[in-house]
Design a protein around this ligand. Sequence first.
Ligand code: DGL
Length: 267
Amino acid sequence: MSTLKKILNNKPIGFFDSGVGGLSVYSKFRSIVPNENTLYFGDLKHLPYGSKSKEELVGFAREILDFFKSKEVKAVVIACNTSSAQAYDVIKDEYKFKIYPIIQSCSRVIASLGAEKIGVFATAATVASGAYTKELHKYNPLLEVKEIACKSWVDIVEGLREPGDEVKTHIEEMLKFRPDKIILGCTHYPYLMNQLRLYAPEDLFIDPAEIFVNFIKDDLASLELLNTNNVPGAEEIFVSANPESFVKHSKIFYDVKSLPEVIALNF
Ligand code: DGL
């Protein structure tokens, strides 16, 4: 491998989400591909993304991708379903580095799991886009898909709201559809597994994180972009606001060791 290629492959991969949710993907990535250098950006200033407009979500994504560009990343992972559903199609050709959106990257594998009925729990903006149904139908047009918007779940995970009956209510509604599998179509939702498993067996749920990470790993390998240095990758974590809250609510998925640096976003 040429020295120039080695220098490129040593560059970091940027991950972003509205808050701690994307850490459910990021932590899997760090354990499956441990020698990559990584950056994580939690956009707590604009949390929750699920109630924002397409225009707003495109603006947030652009500002974060511009920040990653200034850090000379080799790729960016949209560890956020809402941003993948609403912003990816607009910004996908605006950058030279590879961009991996969660919904579009995982749907082929999920559509081929053999399920006939798939449920999706996601944010209001993701459900409004119909992105899961569209992407799954590309690979299996016969699949029956039911999407339910879970408006308060992200706020519960981020500690902005006390949990009430929201989890039970949405699961009961979904179970009437008799799904073979239910996609946790928001990276925050795996944080609620302790509550979800009270109402349905854990293996009914698909957390797309592992499918996503394996997709990214295989794609980076096929592009010869994997870091071949045999040392643990470095990391830096950034937020646009509330670093203490980010550390406090990250615990289930990732041990954030020090207070993240705050990067001001203008949008
Ligand atoms: N975790 C994100 C997602 O996967 C965004 C949740 C939100 O901020 O509403 O959709």
